[in-house]
Structures are given as C-alpha cells and as structure tokens.
Write a protein that binds this ligand. Structure first.
Ligand SMILES: NC(=O)c1ccc[n+]([C@@H]2O[C@H](COP(=O)([O-])OP(=O)(O)OC[C@H]3O[C@@H](n4cnc5c(N)ncnc54)[C@H](OP(=O)(O)O)[C@@H]3O)[C@@H](O)[C@H]2O)c1
Length: 241
C-alpha cells in the first residue's frame, strides 16, 4: 500500500465491528492512511477497504511495540492512535471481587502495561512528526472509573479503565504545550451513566460505532483541545450534565 508523503497516519489497536472499523472508515474518509490491529485481522477484507491490517495482541507490550514498528515501516509515523482493547474477567464468585485468581489479575494488569507502552510509542511518533497535523491518542473508556458504586462483576474492567483514565489525564496535561492530546473517551447513556448494553437495543453501546467515529474525529480535529475526560452520547455530541 503506497501512501503519499503528507498523508497523516492512524493506528487503531482493537479493530472489531463496532468501534474499531467505524473509526477506521471515518479516518480513511478524512484522508488518513489507516492501520487496524487485532489478534486475528481479516487481512483480505481490510486491504480491500484500503486499510492496512496489523496482527497485534493489545494486551502484550511486546506485541504493541512490533505493531508500531510495522506501521512506521509500512505507512509512516502515526499521528493518531486509538486504543480500543479491553478484557472482561467475570467474577468466579458473585459479589466477591477478591475471588479473581492471582493469574487473572496479572493478565488484567498486562493490559494496563500495554496501554502505557502504547502511549509511550505514540508520544515518540507524535514528536517525530514535523508536520502540523493533529496529534492525538484516544483510549476507549467507560464510566466505571468515575462510579462510586460500579457493578461488582466489572471490578477488573474498572481497574483497567482507571489506569487508562489516569494516564490520559496526566499525559494530556504534560504534553499539551506540544499540542499533543490524550483523551479518555466514553460513550454514556442519556443520564450520563452506563449506556444501554443490550446488544438488541435500537440505540445502545453495540451500535455506537458511527457515534464513536464522529466523537473521536471531533477530539482529533478540534481547534482547541477538549478535556482529557470526554463523554458523549448516542448522537456523538458531548454529554452535558
Ligand atoms: N462506554 C461504555 O460503557 C462501554 C461499554 C462496552 C464496551 N466499552 C469499550 O469499548 C471497547 C470495545 O468496543 P468494540 O465495540 O469495538 O468491541 P468489539 O467490536 O468487540 O471489538 C473489539 C475487537 O478488539 C479485538 N481484540 C480483543 N482482544 C484483543 C487483544 N487482546 N488484542 C488486540 N485486539 C483485541 C477483537 O479482535 P480479535 O479477536 O481479532 O483480536 C475485537 O474484534 C472496549 O474498550 C470496551 O471497554 C465501553
């Protein structure tokens, strides 16, 4: 795939049929060269859509580093990076957060390490790009880090997202002077809480890919940087309490 000299590049880690592919298509439309990563990408289908497929385990820091290397070699330094992976660890015993095995806890922590390494790699890429194209790292969030009474079964997800949110908060402030943005972007329901998670709902998380794509583009393309903690609703507009 050949990319003209000034085409901005985006890397999306976690390329499913909801958020990942919709963000990829939006960025393609906006003129980006797009790499979409998952553990088992449908390479032929992605290439047909003009998307560069990357095999990556988003919970492995080594795999993330290889993915960045591949994108740099094949497309160029990414100026937009989206981290969209999460791993759910259901509680072995209901309402017992400490029933998670030590091994599973360690696996969950690997994801947090991988987010950190993704942000580090992204920062190195952003700093190497001399062109004034927007530079943004967006991690797909949920509302769990901000809830005082989050659902017990999602304790591991809450830990993953809390690390992610904290990294985005600190990084967004630290690199703002370089015009580098870090966001924790969260689809929320109409009341600002957890969106409808029924896969059959007419409007809910599972058909929110296009809304994610529009909201992420708003974050990337905004003249003035929006908040690191960015919440939006089903119409892709910022959530206002
Ligand atoms: N706002 C909310 O309340 C809310 C609710 C639910 C979910 N979320 C967030 O939304 C994100 C996922 O959304 P989605 O709809 O895009 O999910 P999705 O359509 O299921 O896509 C996730 C994709 O990520 C890939 N993936 C899974 N594990 C991976 C790994 N270890 N490394 C690399 N790729 C991996 C999978 O492909 P492979 O199998 O090929 O790897 C899958 O296709 C997560 O961050 C989740 O926490 C937010």
């Amino acid at each position: 795939m050949s990319i003209p000299a000034f085409t901005p590049i985006a890397l999306i880690i976690g390329g499913g049929s909801n958020v990942g592919i919709n963000v990829a298509k939006k960025l393609l439309k906006e003129g980006y060269g797009v790499a979409l990563g998952s553990r088992n990408p449908d390479s032929a289908a992605l290439k047909q859509q003009g998307i560069f497929p990357v095999s990556v385990d988003g919970t492995s820091s080594e795999s993330i580093q290889k993915a960045f290397k591949s994108v740099r070699t094949n497309l160029g330094e990414p100026s937009v990076v989206v981290y969209n992976v999460s791993v759910h660890f259901p509680l072995p015993t209901a309402n017992d957060p400490l029933s998670v095995s030590s091994d599973d806890f360690t696996k969950s922590c690997k994801l947090e390490h991988a987010v950190f390494v993704s942000a580090q790699e992204a920062l190195a890429s952003f700093r190497s790009i001399k062109h004034s194209t927007p530079k943004a790292f967006i991690s797909t969030g949920n509302i769990l880090p901000f809830m005082k009474d989050g659902p017990m079964n999602f304790v591991m997800g809450a830990l993953q997202k809390t690390t992610m949110a904290t990294l985005m908060n600190y990084s967004n402030r630290a690199y703002a002077a370089e015009r580098i943005r870090f966001h924790y972007a969260t689809l929320v329901g109409l009341d600002g809480g957890i969106p409808n998670l029924n896969p059959l709902a007419e409007v809910g998380f599972f058909n929110s890919g296009p809304a994610h794509a529009e909201a992420y583009w708003d974050l990337i393309s905004a003249e003035n940087a929006k908040s690191w903690d960015y919440r939006f609703t089903y119409d892709a507009k910022a959530y206002v309490a």
